[in-house]
Design a binder for this molecule. Structure first.
Ligand SMILES: NC(=O)c1ccc[n+]([C@@H]2O[C@H](COP(=O)([O-])OP(=O)(O)OC[C@H]3O[C@@H](n4cnc5c(N)ncnc54)[C@H](OP(=O)(O)O)[C@@H]3O)[C@@H](O)[C@H]2O)c1
Length: 231
């Protein structure tokens, strides 16, 4: 196993694992330009994966698709999914179940952080919905994943679990003091791995990068956060 460190680029990692990437069908959620998902999609395409670009905004999906298409022979498909709407999640899952190929890997990268308190159309706290509940999408597309010879699930997490577990008695975040969505994502990963022997599941903290993630956060919001020196 080669040494990867803070200077290792996506291309370098992709090159090392090129034989495992080639020919795989991979869904990546949250592929807006400038984020981790868009770059993940680019590197996957570069090494020969068929990439399903999934996001809530078709305009942003298309912008990323245009950028990734600079990779020769990029094999891309678009999937609109709003993780904050169970109706949209179910609709997207139906679309995936209609694909003619198995899904080898799903990377649930999409997420939000520090958004103002609000509930989704389904009455679920927005951050828990987008980061965790919406990604029950995986459960809905399981038949397609389990058709693959070696299916993988990669769940996007952070260091959020250091800040608290899941308050099951207050899942809708009524007091808004502590995060819990990324801890819930990790529990989801453990539960998936325990229930489906064929699935290999990873909860991955991508590291720290300046993306659009904190675009709704103010300095005051950051000051209210627990110790950020982990970052
Ligand atoms: N950046 C960091 O330092 C850092 C650190 C730790 C963990 N992470 C994790 O890395 C992942 C990617 O974040 P990023 O930093 O690349 O931020 P980003 O650029 O904001 O990417 C987040 C993506 O999630 C999408 N998304 C948000 N809500 C959605 C919804 N309801 N339905 C569908 N898609 C939705 C966003 O779409 P829109 O553009 O439409 O909003 C965007 O494409 C997240 O899970 C985040 O928690 C990032």
């Amino acid at each position: 196993m080669p040494d990867f460190d803070i200077n290792s680029t996506g291309e370098r990692v992709g090159k090392v694992f090129a034989d495992r990437i080639k020919g795989k069908t991979v869904i990546v959620t949250g592929v807006s330009p400038g984020g981790f998902g868009a770059d993940t999609a680019r590197v996957l395409a570069l090494y020969g994966a068929r990439v399903i670009l999934a996001g809530r905004s078709l305009t942003k999906i298309k912008a990323t698709a245009d950028a990734v298409k600079k990779v020769p022979n990029a094999d891309l498909k678009e999937l609109v999914i709003d993780l904050g709407s169970l109706k949209s999640v179910r609709r997207a899952a139906e679309e995936v179940l209609g694909y003619s190929v198995p899904i080898d890997v799903v990377i649930t990268n999409a997420g939000v952080m520090g958004t103002p308190y609000q509930k989704t159309v389904d009455g679920i706290e927005f951050q828990l919905a987008c980061n965790h509940v919406g990604h029950y999408f995986i459960k809905l597309i399981l038949p397609k994943l389990l058709e693959a010879p070696e299916p993988r699930v990669v769940l996007g997490v952070s260091v959020g679990h250091f800040w608290g577990g899941v308050r099951f008695e207050d899942y809708n975040f009524e007091d808004g003091k502590n995060g819990q969505s990324k801890s819930a994502v990790i529990f989801h990963g453990v539960a998936l791995a325990e229930r489906y022997n064929k699935l290999v599941v990873f909860s991955v903290h991508p590291g720290s990068a300046a993306t659009n993630l904190d675009s709704t956060m103010t300095m005051e919001d950051y000051e209210r956060c627990p110790d950020l020196s982990y970052f």
